[in-house]
Design a protein around this ligand. Structure first.
Ligand code: ADP
Length: 328
């Protein structure tokens, strides 16, 4: 059976981008068709300035939301990265396979490091080595497929390179994984700046729809989305990114195709209205289930404990054999 691994970072509240780009596919396809593990990657949340209590709270919230979105512990393994020591153990070994130059070429590192420096902060070494830990996350489980949004494909490519290099140097140890992406909405854009991705950031950001936003907040954010001054609704990602983003979100919510949908709408107003309602309806059951799960923290706790135990059992033999292969 295909082994699937993917994760979310608890660096902020989960967004519509996380849901459409990754989580929905984990729920609808991956957990049903594969032997899948989904992880709240809390170690990755320490790569930028962080508040310990907030990371702990957001990790729990992310895990609860993954279950609310429909991940079923009977079908897949849900756990928190730091509960399984094998990730950090393997990460060190992979640091001995990766190069400094490779790390510095990662687009996400360059962007995030520049942002930290602009703010006058220093760049944590872990921000540079983040993709190595991500490679360890994936390789520890003999993963075949990594379902991610477009922003993560470069990191999965690096993981492939490291796995191949390790296997060539030290003997066949790792499965070489491949990234899989959703058909639509692989890159949901910020509603206020449609040329940058909708990523977790400042909680009050008006261009980001959070999975726990109230319906009125969702409507307001979508209705205020930046478009352009053209009169017709046309799907063109390059020239008309704001409208293209709305069409992709609407298509992803309803299972349609953005190009076809552009022919249905004559005004931006109705496109926005329908997109807002589609998002509200998409999020409604997730929010309802989230409320129920919040009333039962012991259940979530139990799922994460069992998940970590299962994950540990899967990862330990692989990490042990990597240690042996590299000479430890
Ligand atoms: P971020 O911190 O940027 O929200 P994560 O690193 O936690 O994202 O990513 C979790 C998953 O969500 C990844 O598979 C990532 O590719 C996907 N993802 C994140 N943002 C978007 C987006 N705007 N559009 C599509 N997929 C996204």
């Amino acid at each position: 059976m295909t082994r699937v691994f993917s994760g979310v970072k608890p660096t902020g509240h989960l967004t519509l981008g996380n849901y459409l780009g990754a989580i929905r596919r984990w729920v609808d396809v991956d957990q049903r068709q594969s032997d899948a593990l989904f992880c709240v990657v809390d170690l990755h949340a320490l790569t930028v300035d962080h508040d310990p209590a907030r990371v702990r709270r957001l990790s729990r919230q992310a895990a609860t939301l993954l279950l609310a979105a429909g991940l079923d512990p009977e079908l897949c393994t849900v756990f928190v990265q730091s509960h399984v020591d094998e990730h950090a153990r393997l990460s060190y070994v992979m640091e001995c396979v990766a190069t400094d130059g490779e790390m510095r070429r990662m687009v996400q590192y360059k962007e995030k490091a520049a942002r930290e420096r602009e703010r006058g902060g220093s760049v944590r070494l872990s921000l540079l080595t983040y993709p190595v830990l991500m490679a360890a996350d994936i390789l520890a489980y003999g993963t075949d497929e990594v379902p991610v949004g477009d922003d993560q494909t470069q990191h999965v490519e690096l993981t492939r390179d490291l796995a191949v290099r390790f296997n060539q140097r030290y003997g066949h140890t790792f499965v070489v994984p491949r990234a899989t992406r959703p058909a639509v909405a692989a890159r949901v854009m910020n509603l206020q700046e449609p040329t940058s991705k909708m990523g977790k950031s400042d909680d009050a950001a008006p261009g980001i729809v959070y999975l726990l936003d109230e319906p009125e907040v969702v409507r307001k954010k979508v209705m205020r989305a930046v478009t352009d001054s053209a009169a017709e609704v046309v799907y063109d990602r390059e020239a008309r990114p704001g409208v293209a983003n709305l069409l992709e979100i609407l298509a992803a919510c309803g299972g349609g195709n953005p190009e076809d949908l552009s022919g249905v709408y004559e005004s931006y107003g109705t496109l926005k209205k329908d997109t807002a309602e589609a998002v509200v309806e998409l999020l409604r059951p997730v929010q309802e289930r989230h409320k129920e799960l919040c009333a039962d923290p012991a259940y979530v706790e139990g799922v994460l404990r069992d998940g970590a135990e299962k994950a540990r059992e899967m990862a330990k033999p692989m990490v042990d054999s990597a240690y042996r292969a590299i000479g430890l």
